[in-house]
Design a binder for this molecule. Sequence first.
Ligand SMILES: [Zn+2]
Length: 121
Amino acid sequence: MLEYEFRLDDILEEMAFNDKKHFSPHYICALSGIADLKIVTQYLLSQVNRKLKVYYEVECPEGDSDFLVDSPVEIISELRRCSVCGIEYRPDPDRVWVSFDFLPQYKDYVKKKKVRQVSHF
Ligand SMILES: [Zn+2]
């Protein structure tokens, strides 16, 4: 593993312990100080089904996160009404954001591990 991967691993562990939900690669970039969005996104995608699950947020023209899908192929270019602001629009593949969440198993593992560490001191 490369150094930035260790760093990202630590950050994920801390976030899982703190019950962080629905986070974007941008958020991890800001938190880790690793400015390369592509590298961070690739790393996060590599952890899907291990520590993370991935989903895609579809944004309305007003910038609301209207709805979530598991895969971009599920997005149909049909007129719909935004669930937040009510505007009518057609989902645009360029306005879809990748997001991540922790798998419950990983969260449980991190919490148990931390509790064990604390009790040893
Ligand atoms: Zn909206």
